[in-house]
Structures are given as C-alpha cells and as structure tokens.
Design a protein around this ligand. Structure first.
Ligand SMILES: [Zn+2]
Length: 340
C-alpha cells in the first residue's frame, strides 16, 4: 500500500505503528519522504518588488528539505527554507543568507506542505517568489504537473507535547497536543465584508486543495496606497489580490469563498509553519496573527524545552498494516517520540 502523503495522518499512523508493534507485534508501515518527479517551472511578478521572476522546481534527494537558490546572483547562493533563515516579516515572509534573500515564500511553502512534498530545490532568478493569482492554487497545480514520488527514506514529524502560547497586541497563537494537524484561525477587521471570521480545519491533502489553497491574499485600498509609497506592493493588482475599499470589493469576480480572507490567513500560517522543515502534529489556534507573530511563535516552539519532540522510527518497515483498522485506535496514543 503506498504511503498517503497527508502529513497529519502520517504522523498519527507513525505513532499508532509504534504502539501496535510494541503491544501486539502486528505488521506496520512508515510514511516516506517525497519529492517532485520532474522539473517544472512557472513565471510571474513579485507582489512587493514588482520583479519578473521565474522559478523552477527540481527533484531533490531525501533529507534535502526545501531550498531556494538565487540563480541570478554571483555564486548562486542557496537559502534553506527554515525559520532560522527568516530575515523579514513585513507583509510577507522573506528568508535570506549573507545578503541574498527570497521574499514571499509562504504560499509556495504552504503548497509543498499541503501536497506532502518534503524535498525540492527551488531555483529562482529574482528576489521574490511570483505571486501568480495571490493564492497557493497555481503552485499545487504546478506540483501536480511535476508529479510527486515517494523516496527511500522515512519522513520525520514533529509532535507537540505541551501547550504553548505566544501573544502580541491582542493577537495570539496557541498550540496544544493533538493526534492530528489542526488549525483554528480567526481574524477581525473592521470592514463590512470581512469583520470577524473563523475557520477550523483538520489537515487532509484533498481538502487543502479544495478549501485552503485557492484563498487569495487580500488588502485594503488605503493600505495598498501607503505600501506603494513605501516601495512595496509594486506588483500588486486585482489579478493577484483581493482589494477592499471603504465598504466594498474592487474585484469584479467577488470572493472565491464567503470567508476567503480567514482561509488565506490560515494558508499563510501553514506556509510559515512549513519553515520548521517537517510536518507538525498539534492543534494550532491562530488569532489575528501575522507573519511577525508566526516567526516569533516558531522560534519559541522550537527552543522552549519540552514543548515538542521528534517522531522518527528507529527500524525499517516490515510490512503493511491495514489502514481501515487504524481509526479504532485513534486517541489511545500518548507520545512515543524522542526528545529533540
Ligand atoms: Zn498570503
């Protein structure tokens, strides 16, 4: 049976496997890492820089992770997609090393997470990932076009062991242990078409593509004008963002979902969470947060002792456990993970 590329389910199955093997000695399987099958590319404008950029997704070996390579710079520097490489969180997440940066990585990172892709080299010939239509859907389409293949290496997962909360100016992110990857996201904007929105979601690859990936980035006209005078949002247009004026929506096509704004915020969080470098099993409550708080949260999550642990099997799979029997054991598993 092929390993399902759904990170939340896989981590759960990983834990179940361990308990099943120890308790009953039954056969089991482990989730494997995945990469893209072949090279694909796409091009477009960067939302903030306005630069025309082309990206190429290339297959990468196990344990490579997601890395960005600036092919337009001398020495072609490589930047690992990792929370420690975050250098700017104003309006988007920018990663960098030694002066070389790649901006607005979050939608592409969310697509990798949502499609179960662990290892890819992303070549980029400019300072920012193209915004395309403002959502992650074009990237999930690109990944589908490339194909995703299983690799001969076990996928690692991060297990949340203890609750933790990070707060900032009325916003907060809280995480609690869970047997699945869940996000509960809330926003509150004083606008008649937005207001208070809340979206609760439990990870599944298919529902990611259907419910989350298509949600576009959004902004308010007065903020867009301010940003443009600051030299930001240079590539912004109604083709790649939802723009709201004082009481309405400028995009003729309307919203893709009635609550598209909160779904996009959930997408942003997921893209930033992907900078941990592996799937996470825990329940996240994201309230009015943005990229800056996401980044602070990740640093604390990964450094506060006892909050998380790494689940990685110590032996090679010997067979297959019927997935249909797995739900019967849901909720019985405490952590079998090793401390980081
Ligand atoms: Zn976004």
């Amino acid at each position: 049976m092929p390993a399902c590329p759904c990170p939340g389910n896989l981590a759960h199955i990983l834990l179940l496997n361990s308990r099943l093997r120890r308790t009953w000695g039954v056969k089991f399987f482990y989730p494997r890492q995945h990469t893209v099958t072949r090279e694909v590319w796409c091009g477009g404008v960067g939302l903030h820089t306005g630069a025309d950029v082309t990206i190429r997704l290339k297959p990468a070996p196990p344990d490579f992770g997601i890395r960005f390579q600036r092919t337009d710079l001398t020495g072609k520097p490589v930047i690992t997609a990792h929370y420690r490489q975050v250098v700017d969180t104003f309006q988007a997440t920018t990663i960098g090393i030694a002066g070389a940066v790649v901006g607005t990585v979050e939608h592409l990172m969310a697509a990798f997470y949502g499609c179960g892709v662990d290892n890819v080299l992303v070549e980029v010939d400019g300072p920012e990932i193209p915004i395309l239509d403002g959502s992650a859907a074009p990237y999930t389409g690109l990944i589908r076009k490339a194909g995703v293949r299983e690799q001969d290496a076990v996928r690692r997962c991060l297990i949340v062991d203890r609750p933790m909360v990070v707060k900032e100016d009325g916003a907060y992110i809280r995480v609690t242990p869970s047997d699945h990857f869940r996000i509960d996201c809330a926003i509150d904007f004083p606008h008649p078409l937005v207001g208070k929105q809340r979206y609760s979601w439990s990870f599944c690859e298919n529902s990611f593509k259907r419910e989350i990936a298509k949600a576009r980035t959004f902004g308010f006209l007065k903020d867009v004008r301010k940003l443009q005078t600051m030299g930001r949002a240079q590539g912004g247009s109604l083709a790649n963002a939802i723009v709201l004026d004082e009481c309405g929506l400028l995009n003729r096509e309307g919203f893709r979902y009635a609550d598209e704004c909160v779904r996009h915020k959930l997408l942003d969080f997921m893209g930033d969470l992907a900078l941990i470098g592996m799937p996470v099993v825990g329940a996240f409550h994201v309230h009015r947060a943005g990229h800056s708080l996401h980044s602070r949260f990740l640093k604390q999550l990964m450094t506060r002792p006892g909050t998380c642990s790494l689940a990685q099997p110590s032996c090679i799979p010997t067979g297959v456990f019927p997935a249909s029997r797995l739900p019967a054991f849901a909720g019985q598993i405490s952590s079998v993970a090793k401390p980081i």
